[in-house]
Design a protein around this ligand. Structure first.
Ligand code: ATP
Length: 295
């Protein structure tokens, strides 16, 4: 379908605002099964994408299971980021961009004309390659920034609780609890990325998309973010683009291998459980890629 240009500001809206019925801090008495029942599945059906006349993805379908971590892997230029951006309607920010197909969030197409763009962006958050906190805003204001954009009002004490819970979930609380009013721009790169994760979580996404979130970070920060992702997968479905095969193997439950042959659009060559994709891939191109023979 052709999709209209949209307000760029809403691109930074990562998730759903908390409501009194759905507190961010989960009751420890809630069973793991009940928790997982609230998790969302994301399904892409026959996604075809263009930039102008350039066809970059051709009928790509993929189910990203609720509560799982799906890694999108493949060489540069095969359409992984384009696919990821289609999953929360960011592709349409590019004026020449077009797409066809459906993206179902728990069975409902986010591109259905009756659906609002802002609802897709709230439910399906995004963390980018380069940490992008608001540098002059305090750490606390950064976490709460999405609430402002969505016009959500909260009591001061509820905001304090939200800031703490999101920073805990983002794996940053212990490092910043004593300086919440310090500027976000004063944190290290790895801390800034975790702040961005915390900011995404504050409006309670059902899915979190991560586009090479560790590529600008050192190995220690990378490891902390990977641990954070594994924790977060208990309450949010995660899709990550990564060039780091070790990272895909460490964090993901399933992988999808994208490839664009010379002059051809990107397709998924193979997808499945991460262990199978790495140990016994069905396609020789997957084998060669995961073993570092190209890309
Ligand atoms: N804004 C854009 N305008 C025009 N073409 C674009 C744009 N963004 C991406 N493309 C093209 O779409 C194709 C897929 O790019 P994309 O960034 O999705 O690939 P990728 O697999 O994520 O690459 P990388 O791993 O290098 O980030 C490429 O041919 C790229 O040049």
């Amino acid at each position: 379908m052709n999709t209209p240009a949209v307000d760029v500001d809403t691109a930074t809206i990562p998730a759903v605002p908390p409501s009194p019925q759905a507190p961010l801090q989960l009751d420890p008495a809630v069973s793991v099964d009940a928790l997982r029942e609230g998790l969302a599945e994301l399904e892409a059906r026959d996604i075809t994408a263009w930039f102008g006349d350039h066809l970059v993805l051709d009928r790509v379908s993929l189910t990203m299971p609720a509560g799982g971590i799906t890694a999108l892997i493949g060489p540069s230029g095969c359409g992984k980021s384009t696919f990821l951006r289609i999953l929360n309607r960011m592709h349409e920010l590019v004026p020449s961009a077009k797409l066809a197909g459906e993206v179902l969030l728990d069975g409902e197409d986010i591109y259905d004309p009756s659906k609002r763009l802002i609802d897709a962006r709230r439910a399906i958050g995004m963390v980018f390659q380069k940490p992008n906190p608001f540098p002059a805003m305090s750490i606390r204001e950064n976490v709460l920034a999405g609430l402002k954009l969505t016009g959500t009002r909260m009591r001061r004490s509820d905001k304090d609780d939200l800031v703490e819970s999101c920073l805990i979930k983002g794996g940053l609380w212990n490092e910043v609890r004593d300086r919440l009013d310090a500027p976000g721009g004063g944190l290290s790169g790895g801390q800034q990325q975790r702040l961005c994760i915390a900011r995404s979580l504050a409006i309670r996404p059902r899915v979190l998309l991560m586009d090479e979130p560790c590529s600008a970070l050192d190995p220690t920060s990378t490891r902390v973010i990977e641990e954070t992702m594994l924790e977060l997968a208990q309450e949010v479905t995660i899709v990550i683009v990564t060039h780091n095969m070790q990272q895909a193997a460490r964090v993901s439950d399933q992988c999808a291998f994208f490839l664009a042959s010379q002059g051809q659009p990107g397709v998924i060559v193979e997808h499945g459980d991460t262990s199978a994709m790495f140990q016994s891939p069905q396609d020789s191109r997957t084998y060669d890629y995961v073993n570092g023979r190209f890309g």
